[in-house]
Design a protein around this ligand. Structure first.
Ligand code: UDP
Ligand code: MG
Length: 323
C-alpha cells in the first residue's frame, strides 16, 4: 500500500495528477512550470503529482527526483523497465490517493488549464469528466483517418462504446478508481477499461496542443498493435465473423457443387477448369489462414493473460518527507 507522507489538511479534498514519463527529459521542466500556477490557483485542494518513470533511458528519472526534492507534492514511481503507457498509467493510478484523480500526459498535449473545469463538473456530481478534443490538427492526416476508422470499427464490434476524440485525459472520482482496480487484467487497454466501469459522465471540450518538446512515442506500428489490443480486449465479434463467413462460403460451395453435378449429368464431363480450380483453392487457403490468424490473436492473448504476471514492477518510490 502506498503511504501518504503529505500532511493533508483534514476536510480538504486531495487531487492527484497521474503523469507517465517515458524519455521525456526535454519536457519535464515545461511540465512542472505550467502545472504550478494551475495547482496554486486550486488552493481549495491538496494536490499530489504522481510521476511514473516508465523505464526511461535518458535522464528523465534524475530530473523527476530533483523536482520531487523541491516539492513534497511530487511522488516519483520508478518502474523496473519500460512497460508501456497503459501499464505506467495503471501504476500511477494504483499509487494515487486522491479523492479525484486526473491522468495527464507529460508532453502538455493535455492542457493543465482545463483542470479547474474538470473539477467543476466533478463538484456538480459527475463521477467521470471526460476531456474531449475538438481539433485534431496536431495529428497528421493519416493518424486522423486511421483513428476515426478505428473508433468506427471498435464501436461497431464492441458492446462498450468508446467516446471519440477522448484520450486518457479525464477526471475520475475515487470510487471509479476503486472500480478500475478491481479489473484484474494484465493487458490493459485503459480507454476501454475506463469506459467499461461506466459511472455518471460529463464531457468538457478542449483544443489539443502540439507536443511541448520531444517526439511521440507511438509509431504507426505501435498504434496498429494498440488498436488490435483494444478490439480483441473488448470484443469477440471478430471470432464470430468467421463462423458466418465460413457458413456463407460453404453454402456457396454446396450450390456450386449441385450446379456442377447437374451440368456433368446433362453434358458429360468437360475437362478444362484448371484456372477456376486453382483460384478457388488459393482463395479458400487464404481465407483459412486468416481465420487461423484471428483465432491465434485471441489464443495468444488468453495465453499471456493466463500467466497472471504483474502488470508492472516498481523499482523504487521517491517522495520528500516533511523536514
Ligand atoms: N509514455 C509512457 N510509456 C511509453 C510511451 C509513452 O509512459 O511506453 C508516455 C509519454 O511519456 C507521454 C504519454 O505516455 O507522457 C503519451 O505519449 P506520447 O505523447 O508519445 O503519445 P501521443 O500523444 O503521440 O499519442
Ligand atoms: Mg503526446
Amino acid at each position: 500500500m502506498p503511504v501518504n507522507p503529505l500532511d493533508q489538511t483534514p476536510g480538504k479534498p486531495l487531487l492527484s495528477l497521474v503523469v507517465p514519463f517515458y524519455n521525456e527529459s526535454s519536457a519535464v521542466a515545461y511540465f512542472f512550470q505550467r502545472i504550478a500556477p494551475v495547482l496554486a490557483a486550486l488552493d481549495r485542494f491538496d494536490c499530489e503529482i504522481v510521476c511514473v518513470n516508465d523505464g526511461s533511458t535518458d535522464d528523465t528519472l534524475a530530473l523527476l527526483i530533483a523536482a520531487a526534492d523541491q516539492d513534497r507534492r511530487i511522488k516519483v514511481i520508478d518502474l523496473s523497465r519500460n512497460f508501456g503507457k497503459e501499464a505506467a498509467l495503471t501504476a500511477g493510478l494504483n499509487e494515487s490517493l486522491g479523492d479525484a484523480v486526473i491522468p495527464i500526459d507529460a508532453d502538455l498535449q493535455d492542457p493543465p488549464e482545463l483542470i479547474p473545469r474538470l473539477i467543476e463538473q466533478w463538484q456538480n456530481g459527475y463521477e467521470v469528466v471526460l476531456a474531449k478534443r475538438i481539433n485534431r490538427d496536431t495529428d497528421s492526416y493519416m493518424k486522423r483517418k486511421t483513428a476515426s476508422l478505428f473508433y468506427r470499427l471498435y464501436n461497431a464490434v464492441s458492446d462498450i462504446k468508446l467516446p471519440e476524440n477522448v484520450g486518457d485525459f479525464r477526471l475520475i472520482d475515487r470510487q471509479v478508481l476503486e472500480s478500475l482496480k478491481q479489473l484484474p487484467e494484465n493487458r490493459r487497454f485503459m480507454k476501454g477499461l475506463f469506459a467499461w466501469v461506466g459511472y455518471k459522465t460529463a464531457t468538457v471540450e478542449y483544443a489539443r496542443e502540439a507536443r511541448s518538446a520531444g517526439e511521440s512515442k507511438f509509431s504507426g506500428w505501435r498504434l496498429w498493435n494498440f488498436a488490435l489490443e483494444g478490439i480483441t480486449s473488448f470484443s469477440t465479434v471478430p471470432l464470430r465473423w468467421w463462423t458466418y463467413f465460413g457458413s456463407a462460403i460453404s453454402l456457396f460451395a454446396f450450390i456450386y457443387g449441385l450446379v456442377i453435378i447437374f451440368k456433368t449429368l446433362i453434358h458429360g464431363i468437360d475437362m478444362p477448369g484448371y484456372a477456376s480450380i486453382l483460384t478457388v483453392v488459393l482463395f479458400l487457403g487464404g481465407i483459412q489462414l486468416i481465420g487461423i490468424g484471428v483465432l491465434g490473436e485471441y489464443m495468444g492473448r488468453t495465453y499471456l493473460e493466463s500467466k497472471g504476471r504483474p502488470i508492472y514492477l516498481v523499482r523504487r518510490r521517491y517522495q520528500k518527507i516533511k523536514n
